[in-house]
Structures are given as structure tokens and as C-alpha cells.
Design a protein around this ligand. Structure first.
Ligand code: UD1
Ligand code: CA
Length: 456
């Protein structure tokens, strides 16, 4: 079976009240259209066609990597008109699957079920029963309970409006039939639009049976028309991901206060995640990882037995086994920490490697540095890596001890087991095993008087 998926994505989305086309609005930091695309990518023997329109240039630019054929529907004259734009892009023998770009939570398992219903003499229609069907097309059945047609809300009689089985818009249909029916659509209706839904009645009169399937949950077919619905779908999506993680053995202290905007590619056992933790991009977590409150982790690899305390921001970093980070630490891109490294509060690390067992516990900036093993960097140490134009590296060899409040003016190398006296400004390489310090001698002035304010 060859499938052609047509994603309808030309609609305006007026109620979003946005400059951004609706389908570029994001669920879990990914455009809605990309969600639909990614889902349909999972189908075998499938080519994807996207009908776009509103915000055309921006849509094409933002989603240029999608492996799909793009067709512009310059004027949005209805869902039937949208499908007509790609009528010569599928063949008679194809099963054509119609999806909506603003229905982002549809599951591939539901689509696979629907596809089973589509054949030479049958059409698959995804419907759902809603407590409040207002706004949707209603599924009208005959006395034998077979689908007879779909009637849009605006064209429905009072009796038809009481029907609570509605059209999700998602259809799987034989290509040859679809071509024929698309040619017969008219816009004789209240909205003056070419309704794709009119093909249902045509199918029935051509003796093609309309088979209905329901999604596992009505959430799957919820569309987004405004930002309230966008936020609701975000929560549905996040809740599902949280459940999946918990099923895989992760403790989430509060699943409602955890957000995954990407994927967890590797997941160890016995991971505990406290409240307000956000993951973005691709995350890998080892065994026995604990993550404290309010921490954000982006595209990073966290080893085994790692403790990340609260309020950390970790991006494009690697954290080795047994390390402890935070609270209030920031690991910026290209930070690579080996095993048993301690990074404490108000420490920023950027583009640096820190070898086994080293500690940077308080108020430091370490950028463009290579830090050896068992190094101790005292509070308030700064690598001066930037002269306003160029960046330079600092090398701190194994076993070095950097006294508090030191500035290491790069390029500079601190030798093995060297000690730097507190408050030093180091501008030249320092020898191994020695104490180096740059400090004005301390003096005391006897008889000195502190200035006194004059009485007014
Ligand atoms: C449509 C269905 C309705 C169904 C509902 C489910 C029709 C006539 N009606 O109604 O039965 O209950 O979806 O949500 O099909 N689009 C285009 N080009 C157009 C018009 C629409 O690409 O010219 C796209 C939109 O971007 C959207 C989808 O098609 O992704 C549905 O369009 P929308 O206007 O939301 O359809 P409804 O009127 O809600
Ligand atoms: Ca409409």
C-alpha cells in the first residue's frame, strides 16, 4: 500500500491574534505542523504533501528541512479546495490520508487503525463523540446506522445539531475515488466554501462504504484555534510525556510541574526529578540521577550518580559520573566535566573541560579553560579569557590550587601542583609545585585618622 499524506495547513488562524502563522505556534517547543509531519513520517511507504498558504514564506523558511512537497493555496476557499491543489500529486492506487496541521496530538497508532479501513470500496473516517459538538461537522447516519453524510455546523438543521458524533477531518481514501469526487465539489453552502466533507455523501452514492474509527482519546483530535487551546494541548502533551517517563521508572515529584521540550534519548534507573524542571532538546541521563527544583537542562549528557541541586542551567554540556552541580550553577555550551567534579553556587563554566575530582565550588567564571584533575579553584576565581576581540585559553594542570579571588589572565598555564596565593592576578605561566602570588605587601599606618563628617 502506497500512502500519500496531505497535511492541510493553509488556514489563517485569525483567533491566535498573531503575526505568526498558526501552524508555526509550538507545542513543547516544536511547531504544530512539525508534530503532524513527524507523526506521519512514522508511516511506511508514505510521501507527504503540505498545502500551505497563510504566512507562506515564513512557513517555508522555518520548516525547510521537512521532506515534503509544498503546494501553495493562495486563496483559502475551503478544505476541499485545499485538497484540489494537490490533485495531480497522488495516483489512483494510492491511499490518500488527510491530516490537519493544527491538530498536533494525533497518534500514529490511530492513523494506522484508520488506514486499515481505506480500500477500493471503503473509506476510513475518524470521528469522535463530544459532549459539546458545537462548531464541528456532524456525522449523519441512516436508519441502519451507516454514515450517510457530514453536515457542517453552519448548514445543520436543529435536529442535526443535536448529533454529538463529529468529524475530526481526518480521512483515508482511495486516490481514484478522491480525484473523481474532488472534481464534483461545489461551494453551494452557507460559507461559500468547497467542503472536503461533501465527498462523504458522494462516496455513499457511489457505493463506497464509510467506515468510522475513533481515537483512543478525544485529546488526539483536538485542534488549536486560539492560545487558550494551545496551552491546553501543551498540558495534555506534557502530561503524556510525564506519564511515559514515570512508567519507565523516573520519579517525578509533581508531573504537572515537569516539562520535556524534546526527547530523553537515554534514561537510567532511579532518577528523581523535583518540581519545575525543564528539559529541552536531546537529554541523556544515567542511573541514580537527582535533579533539584527549578533546573533547566538543554541538549546535555548527565552521567551516573549525579546530583544536580536546585536552580541550575545546563546547556550543551556533559556531566561525568558522581559529579555534583549547583545550586545556582550555570554550565554553558561545550562544558565537559569528568567524574566526581563539584561545581558549586554561582559558578559559570563555558567551553572548558574539567578533569576527574576537581572542585570549583563558589562564585567563579571558568571559560575557555582546560582544568586538570584534583584541582581546587577557590571562590571568586576568574579566567580572564577575553581581551575584547580575542579569546584565549587557560590551562590549569593536575593538582593545582587556586587561591580565592584570583584572576588568571589568559593565555596562561598554571603548572602541576602549583599553588596560587589568594587575590593574585596571574599574567605569566606559573611553575609546578611552587607558590606563586602577586600581591602588594600588606602595610598598616599608625596614627591614621578616618575622615569625620562635619556637624551641620
Ligand atoms: C473542518 C471540517 C469539519 C470538522 C472540523 C474538525 C470541512 C468543511 N469541515 O471544519 O467537518 O468537524 O474541520 O476540526 O472540512 N484549511 C486549508 N485551506 C482552506 C481551509 C482550511 O488548508 O481553504 C486547513 C486549515 O488550515 C485547517 C484545516 O484545513 O488545518 C481545517 O480547516 P478549518 O477552517 O479549521 O475547518 P473547520 O471549519 O473547523
Ligand atoms: Ca472553516
Amino acid at each position: 500500500m502506497t500512502i500519500t499524506t496531505i497535511i492541510l495547513a493553509a488556514g489563517k488562524g485569525t483567533r491566535m491574534r498573531s503575526q505568526l502563522p498558526k501552524i508555526l505556534h509550538k507545542i513543547a517547543n516544536k511547531p504544530m505542523l512539525q508534530h503532524v509531519y513527524d507523526m506521519s513520517r512514522q508511516l511506511e511507504n508514505n510521501t507527504i504533501k503540505i498545502v500551505y498558504g497563510h504566512g507562506a514564506e515564513l512557513v517555508r523558511e522555518k520548516l525547510k528541512d521537512l521532506d515534503a512537497t509544498w503546494t501553495e493555496q493562495a486563496e483559502q476557499l475551503g478544505t476541499g479546495h485545499a485538497v484540489q491543489q494537490v490533485i495531480d500529486q497522488f495516483s489512483d492506487a494510492d491511499i490518500v490520508l488527510i491530516l490537519y496541521g493544527d491538530v498536533p496530538l494525533l497518534k500514529v497508532t490511530t492513523v494506522q487503525k484508520l488506514l486499515k479501513d481505506a480500500g477500493e470500496n471503503t473509506l476510513g473516517l475518524l470521528t469522535v463523540k463530544l459532549k459539546n459538538p458545537t462548531g464541528y461537522g456532524r456525522i449523519v447516519r441512516n436508519q441502519n446506522d451507516k454514515v450517510a453524510k457530514i453536515v457542517e455546523e453552519k448548514d445543520a438543521t436543529t435536529v442535526e445539531k443535536t448529533i454529538n458524533e463529529v468529524n475530526t477531518g481526518i480521512i483515508a481514501v482511495n486516490g481514484r475515488h478522491l480525484k473523481k469526487w474532488l472534481g464534483q465539489l461545489t461551494n453551494n453552502n452557507t460559507q461559500g466554501e468547497y467542503y472536503l466533507t461533501d465527498i462523504i455523501e458522494m462516496a455513499v452514492s457511489d457505493g463506497v462504504e464509510v467506515m468510522t474509527t475513533q481515537p483512543e482519546s478525544a485529546d488526539e483530535v483536538l485542534g488549536v484555534n486560539n492560545r487558550v487551546q494551545l496551552s491546553q494541548l501543551e498540558r495534555v502533551y506534557q502530561a503524556e510525556q510525564a506519564i511515559r517517563l514515570m512508567e519507565q521508572g523516573v520519579t517525578l515529584i509533581d508531573p504537572a510541574r515537569f516539562d520535556l521540550r524534546g526527547t530523553v534519548d537515554k534514561l537510567g534507573s532511579d532518577i528523581e526529578i523535583d518540581v519545575n524542571v525543564v528539559f529541552e532538546g536531546n537529554i541523556s541521563l544515567g542511573n541514580n540521577v537527582r535533579i533539584g527544583q527549578n533546573t533547566i537542562i538543554i541538549n546535555s549528557v548527565i552521567g551516573d550518580d549525579v546530583e544536580i541541586l536546585s536552580n541550575c542551567v545546563i546547556e550543551n554540556a556533559q556531566v561525568g559520573n558522581g559529579s555534583r552541580i549547583g545550586p545556582f550553577a550555570r554550565l554553558r555550551p561545550e562544558t565537559v566535566l569528568a567524574d566526581h567534579v563539584h561545581i558549586g553556587n554561582f559558578v559559570e563554566i563555558k567551553k572548558s573541560t574539567v578533569a576527574h575530582g576537581s572542585k570549583i565550588n563558589h562564585l567563579s567564571y571558568v571559560g575557555d579553560a582546560t582544568v586538570g584533575s584534583k584541582v581546587n579553584i577557590g571562590a571568586g576565581t576568574i579566567t580572564c579569557n577575553y581581551d575584547g576581540a580575542n579569546k584565549f585559553r587557560t590551562i590549569i594542570e593536575d593538582g593545582a590550587f587556586i587561591g580565592s579571588d584570583s584572576q588568571l589572565v589568559a593565555p596562561v598555564t598554571i603548572g602541576k601542583n602549583a599553588t596560587i596565593g589568594a587575590g593574585s592576578t596571574i599574567t605569566k605561566d606559573t611553575p609546578e609545585d611552587q607558590l606563586t602570588l602577586s600581591r602588594v605587601k600588606q602595610i598598616s599606618i599608625a596614627g591614621w585618622q578616618r575622615p569625620i563628617k562635619k556637624e551641620k
